[in-house]
Design a protein around this ligand. Structure first.
Ligand code: AMP
Length: 184
């Protein structure tokens, strides 16, 4: 498996695991959150438009994200594989991705869902210290996750792509399980 979506709440560990696995497989790790943070730091037009949403822990409007993903998945290094981390974040983004992959003649091999209880997420986010990891923003991001992103678990179950992984374990145990999954 070389074309994977990592799904999970903020703090579920999908970014860390995506980084490890993408390096191992030699494929790009595409994190929309990272792309947005970089755009905000360098004050590009995208960054300027996205800043308020990211600072509040709200989702950036789809129209800012969809073009970006379309362009990124069309790049040469994305042809042999990718790990999408933080995209899709709602059902309309997931629907867009179905059509985009069809257009690009690509197939998503699986969606890894990192399952972590809210109490553990909260603890992890509070100790992480990113700019959007303050208490008010964190609780909004968890709310937004449950409201808009969690429905994708059922969505991908219905598409027969969902693979559940217990994310409340040692980092290395999770990496090992992911390596086994991608070999299967
Ligand atoms: P992340 O690093 O994935 O936790 O994303 C950080 C922030 O970037 C989120 O709280 C959102 O404000 C924004 N963001 C990242 N990915 C998306 C997306 N696919 N759609 C909308 N907003 C996003």
């Amino acid at each position: 498996m070389t074309k994977l979506i990592f799904l999970g709440a903020p703090g579920a560990g999908k970014g860390t695991q995506a980084q490890i696995l993408s390096q191992h497989l030699g494929i790009p790790h595409i994190s929309t959150g990272e792309i947005l943070r970089e755009a905000i730091t360098t004050q590009t037009p995208l960054g300027i438009k996205a800043k308020g949403f990211v600072d509040n822990g709200d989702l950036v409007p789809d129209e800012l994200i969809l073009d970006l993903i379309q362009e990124r998945l069309g790049e040469k290094d994305a042809q042999k594989g990718w790990i999408l981390d933080g995209f899709p974040r709602n059902v309309s983004q997931a629907d867009f991705l179905v059509n985009l992959l069809q257009e690009l003649n690509q197939v998503c091999n699986g969606v890894i869902n990192f399952d972590v209880p809210d109490s553990v997420l909260l603890e992890r986010l509070l100790s992480r210290g990113r700019k959007d990891d303050n208490e008010a923003t964190i609780s909004n991001r968890l709310f937004v996750y449950h409201q808009q992103t969690a429905p994708l678990i059922e969505y991908y179950k219905q598409h027969q792509l969902l693979i559940n992984v217990n994310g409340d374990r040692e980092l290395s145990q999770i990496s090992e399980e992911l390596e086994t999954i991608v070999k299967s």
